[in-house]
Design a protein around this ligand. Sequence first.
Ligand code: ZN
Length: 107
Amino acid sequence: MDCKEINKMIPAFLNKELSGRELDDFMEHISKCPECKEELSIQFLVLEGMVSLQDGNTFDLRKRLDKQLDEARRKIRIRKGVHFFVYGLEILAIITMIIIIVLIMVL
Ligand SMILES: [Zn+2]
């Protein structure tokens, strides 16, 4: 994915509308590309800054962006964990099947 595509995804990320593969690609790009990270920071500050001004709530916006990035990373980790678990179950099912076939042949 290139910077142009990532830039288009920033509003969706900030609205927490990205999921699965998209979120994965987005986070990977952001972690490697300082330009897109900067663009994300700017859009976040603009968006959250306006909300905060309305609320009169101006606590550390950078920290909030870091928190949102952490949440996204956690989401990806959980998703990967689930995949790993499902993969493990599939292997277990295959092994069980092999054992049954072997037992049928032996007995
Ligand atoms: Zn980029």
